[in-house]
Ligand binder design. Structure first.
Ligand code: FAD
Length: 454
């Protein structure tokens, strides 16, 4: 390898290859940057994360001026709006994922977590999450894009981490699917009493936001359409309950749509318990302040987000927003140094791990996607002539509203930010919900698979 690095006459392509080689060679130490040998490029651009923000960027960013490298613990993107459908088998897992490797060799990819970032030395310290082969390495950057998302928020409530199921990734959806089936199989064992079966078949969702409600709707369909046929003797014992601390479910939707969804759920027999405080989660019981101990078979926790550990590790280097959970950026998505209070021209943050100063936006795929689209365009414009992104237009969000599936071919669509009257609940909304997500799916493969599964 040493000889390869010192071959005297080489083409530009070979030059670039050398840089890649040097970087790979220095995996266990700090990589030596060799920008000069990159010829016309502006050097190494690193994207942390392969979610809504990171994936859109790696797809759209021009590699004319940058060597693009993605670092993420998962080598695929998840189309989260359809994750609840896949957790109950309406869609297969592969319908909602896109492999990152499809975009190589245009981009490079390392499967790892970024643990810490040294902004002064421009170095990222990472740990790979490949089973049996966890090792640490460091990699340097010229431009850095932080899009590591956020973690599920348990509010430190005892037992949630240990006993609840979450819905953030494919592995979560897989666990949920097998737990539901396990509950039915367990309840149908010969020595299980009616009381035990009833407890096992109590499905609890904590969190009445769009994710919790969509999951409840999908679970209801799965139980009443599939499980009712497979376990006819058990179906009358099944109960579903949604708990939320707020006075109503779907708090971010228009009031008429909230009422519509609540009525639909009640008519289906799904218990909506609002103004409830969860005190503790045990292996088979949830303790509610207002109700005491309630037995359950499976509990899904969906109560919002808290900061990613990487964001936490940057608290002394970068300014956070008022929640102290997200990195604060300016309107060009540049992070703000704690030392100087100034924006850093070579570090950007977007998606669920970032928020813009004086510009409150929700943590949604819609926002992450629009920010990524903006940044890929802006970065392509500034390279290589200008140094700063501030020569381009600042980011502006276009709110297209929100929607949620609530089960049995029914959805709620709230597009009141676009037009005051644009809201709908029912089958038309469901058709709109399906066609919107179908349009947004990325690959041709999934555009064919999704309608087949539906
Ligand atoms: P994510 O998509 O969470 O991606 C973060 C990425 O960073 C992941 O690849 C992760 O592996 C990686 N990562 C984590 N830590 C590190 C690290 N230390 N180093 C490197 N990489 C790291 N929004 C909508 O607008 N509409 C919807 O209908 C909708 N439905 C949803 C349904 C569900 C079930 C869920 C969970 C969310 C839904 N959302 C929806 C919200 C939306 O998915 C998020 O807002 C969006 O995923 C945020 O994008 P992101 O890129 O910031 O984070």
């Amino acid at each position: 390898p040493t000889n390869l690095l010192t071959i005297p006459t080489k083409s530009r392509a070979e030059d670039q290859h050398d840089v890649v080689f040097k970087q790979q060679l220095s995996f266990n130490g700090i990589a030596k940057r060799d920008i000069a040998s990159l010829g016309k490029t502006q050097g190494q651009l690193i994207i942390l994360g392969s979610g809504w923000a990171g994936f859109k960027l790696l797809k759209d960013l021009s590699t004319k001026h940058y060597e693009v490298t993605v670092i993420s613990p998962r080598n695929y993107f998840v189309f989260t709006p359809l994750l609840a459908s896949s957790s109950v088998g309406t869609l297969e897992f592969r319908c909602i994922t896109e492999p990152i490797r499809r975009y190589s060799p245009k981009i490079k990819y390392y499967q790892a977590y970024a643990d810490t970032i040294d902004l002064k030395k421009q170095v990222i310290h990472c740990t790979s999450n490949i089973e049996h082969k966890k090792h640490e390495f460091s990699i340097d950057y010229d431009k850095l894009i932080i899009a590591v998302g956020a973690k599920s928020n348990t509010f430190g409530i005892k037992g949630v981490d240990e006993h609840a199921f979450f819905l953030k990734d494919i592995s979560d959806a897989r666990k949920i699917r097998s737990r539901v089936i396990e509950c039915f199989e367990h309840a149908s064992q010969p020595d299980v009493t009616k009381k035990e079966a009833t407890d096992l078949l109590h499905f609890v969702v904590v969190g009445g936001g769009p994710t919790g409600i969509e999951f409840s709707g999908e679970l209801y369909d799965f139980i009443t359409e599939d499980m009712a046929r497979l376990y006819p003797g058990l179906i009358n014992l099944v109960t579903m309950t949604v708990y939320d601390v707020a006075p109503q479910i779907l708090g971010s939707f228009d009031a008429s749509l909230r009422d519509f969804a609540t009525k639909k759920f009640k008519r289906k027999g799904i218990n909506i318990c609002t103004n409830r405080h969860v005190m503790e989660v045990k292996e088979r019981e949830i303790i509610i302040e207002e109700e005491g101990s309630i037995p359950y078979g499976m509990l899904v926790w969906s109560t919002g987000l808290t900061e990613n550990p990487l964001i936490h590790s940057m608290s002394d280097q970068l300014i956070k927003d008022k929640s102290a959970k997200r990195l604060l950026t300016d309107e060009y998505l540049r992070v703000l140094s704690k030392e100087t209070g100034q924006a850093l021209d070579n570090v950007y943050a977007l998606g669920d791990c970032a928020s813009i100063e004086n510009y409150d936006l929700p943590a949604t795929a819609q926002v992450a996607n629009q920010k990524a689209k903006y940044l890929s365009k802006a970065l392509s414009k500034i390279a290589p002539e200008k140094e700063s992104i501030t020569g381009t237009e600042p980011f502006k969000f276009r709110n297209f509203g929100s929607m949620a599936y609530i089960g049995k071919y029914t959805a709620v669509v709230d597009m009141t930010p676009v037009s005051e009257k644009a809201k709908e609940g029912g089958i038309l909304a469901w058709l709109f919900w399906r066609s919107s997500y179908f349009t947004m799916t990325v690959s041709l493969r999934n555009k064919m698979l999704i309608p087949m599964y539906w």
